[in-house]
Design a protein around this ligand. Structure first.
Ligand code: AMP
Ligand code: MG
Length: 492
């Protein structure tokens, strides 16, 4: 054995692959297609440590071989997963068209993670596309997913981005890249939808049991595990979308194949954070009708959960009508539950302690003012926390001052102190988010000039989004006024 191989064997991969034991039609076994000249662009040392992996003795060449899929670790079993999904409301058979799960790694604290290469070449699910990914979008997923994690929002993570040394053809030729995505699983609403269409009627039950064992083993022996799973996933997704609303995140492509049963944010394509508060904000260039606009996200979450509930119907009750009735009742609880979560979240953003009948109006009045006056979403809450944001002329507006007076009177109720409110607000309001112009600036330096310093700095600043320090000021500015609306592309 050569020296490099012995180091590679000591990385600490602990593969325990269970997905490959599912029925054959749930996945296709195949290897990533080797790439020409792999080169590491960025590697997440913190995450690798959290996963119990040790790359300290691996040189950059070997790191590139490993994270391009050119050199697979022992114990890996490489598969592309099959799934279906409603894309912009239309049902389609899909699957990993440009991704390969290389295995399930068990970390030191016994957590199971899918290790997935995104951009690893054609699979049986690629349809007419090339199975590859471009450097910009993969770095974008790396930045935004790590930022989400640091914001305390459930998400898949990013372990590495490797350039392939190959060109991918999009509108222009671009550098190819592979992202290593780490997820508690890649089980999607769309994976359930897929099993319902399977020729073998047992597949749904087998996959359901698998999902419960993997994510929610405590409900296995409950009276009706299918009902329990539906309730848990509703709760997780409400929590997730409430968090997105809290920080102004717009996922951009909330198709049912991009909704994970684990409750993690998954599939960072055309996502972006809102600067100016406008509930109708859409960034994605293909979202012509605003289906996935900021304020539509909760109702789309519900719509996707309805599709999930439909898939579970055969497992809820043998009597279809009864099953549908039960599922409908559970789904109908969404609106009230979401509203409660959203309201409590907004109360925290404003440091409101206790409950007052006027709270809802107070919240809505602020949002309307922000909308009408084109105020920056993140910075308005920073201003209310007395965080020194530079551009604050807008807050001298009379209407705002009178709202602020009302708010300050309200804060005094319930035996409250300003310190208590501020403490609450500090936990709910990030001081810094991955602003689009900062992300673009960093990506452009990386993709055009091979300069990673801006990405590294951005990632560092985003590591502590709730704490003030001298480095963040530059990252708090709203984007320079521009007539051109920011647009994101699907990252394919
Ligand atoms: P996404 O928009 O990333 O959620 O992808 C939707 C579907 O298109 C999934 O089945 C992907 O695997 C597939 N897909 C996206 N990009 C590519 C590509 N470059 N090559 C093959 N399949 C792709
Ligand atoms: Mg997807």
């Amino acid at each position: 054995m050569n020296k490099s191989q012995s180091h590679i064997d000591k990385i600490g991969w602990q593969f325990d692959n269970t997905y490959t034991k599912l029925p054959d039609n749930m996945f296709s076994k195949l290897s990533p297609i080797p790439v020409e000249a792999p080169e590491v662009v960025i590697f997440n040392h913190t995450l690798s440590k959290e996963m119990g992996l040790d790359f300290s003795n691996i040189n950059n060449e070997d790191l590139a071989l490993i994270f391009s899929g050119n050199l697979l670790p022992k114990g890996s079993e490489t598969i592309a997963q099959a799934y279906a999904g409603h894309q912009f409301g239309h049902f389609t058979m899909l699957g990993d068209g440009r991704a390969i799960v290389i295995g399930e790694h068990i970390s030191k604290n016994n957590k199971r993670f899918d290790i997935q290469f995104k951009g690893s070449g054609k699979t049986p699910y690629s349809r007419n596309a090339d199975g590859r990914a471009a450097l910009g979008p993969m770095l974008r997923e790396y930045i935004v997913s790590e930022a989400m994690h640091d914001l305390g929002i459930p998400t898949t993570r990013s372990l590495a981005v490797v350039k392939t040394g190959e060109t991918v053809m999009r509108e222009t030729p671009l550098q190819g890249a592979i992202l290593t995505r780490v997820a508690s699983s890649h089980i999607r609403v769309g994976t359930f939808q897929y099993t319902v269409f399977s020729k073998d009627k047992n597949d749904l039950k087998i996959f359901f049991d698998y999902t419960i064992k993997r994510h929610y083993p405590h409900i296995k022996n409950s009276k009706n595990p299918a009902i329990e799973l539906l309730k848990i996933v509703i709760e997780k997704q409400i929590k997730l979308v409430t968090d997105w609303m809290r920080v102004g995140f717009i996922h951009g492509v909330m198709n049912t194949d991009n909704m994970a049963i684990s409750g993690e944010t998954i599939d960072y394509g055309p996502c972006a954070f809102m600067d100016t508060y406008d509930p109708e904000t859409v960034f994605s260039s293909i979202d012509y009708h605003g289906r996935y606009a900021y304020f539509n996200q909760p109702s789309i979450t519900r719509w996707n959960l309805e599709r999930f509930a439909e898939s579970l119907v055969p497992l809820i009750d043998d009597n279809k009508d009864k099953a549908v009735e039960i599922a409908t009742e559970i789904i109908n609880s969404f609106a009230e539950k979401y509203k409660k979560n959203w309201f409590e979240m907004m109360q925290k953003k404003l440091g409101l302690i206790g409950e007052e009948s006027k709270d809802e109006n107070l919240i809505i009045d602020l949002l309307s003012w922000m909308h009408q006056n084109k105020a920056d979403y993140t910075n308005t809450f920073c201003f209310l926390m007395n965080e020194n944001i530079q551009e604050n002329k807008i807050y001298q507006n009379q209407e705002f001052i009178s709202w602020k007076n009302q708010w300050q009177e309200r804060l005094k109720l319930h035996n409250n102190s300003p310190e208590k409110s501020l403490k609450l607000m500090r936990l709910a309001n990030p001081l810094v988010i991955p602003r689009n112009h900062k992300v673009e600036e960093a990506l452009s330096a990386a993709t055009n000039n091979n300069d990673l310093t801006k990405i590294r700095k951005l990632l560092k600043v985003l590591q502590n989004p709730y704490k003030n320090n001298s480095e963040i000021a530059d990252y708090q500015y709203a984007p320079p006024p521009s007539n051109e609306k920011y647009k994101t592309f699907c990252g394919t």
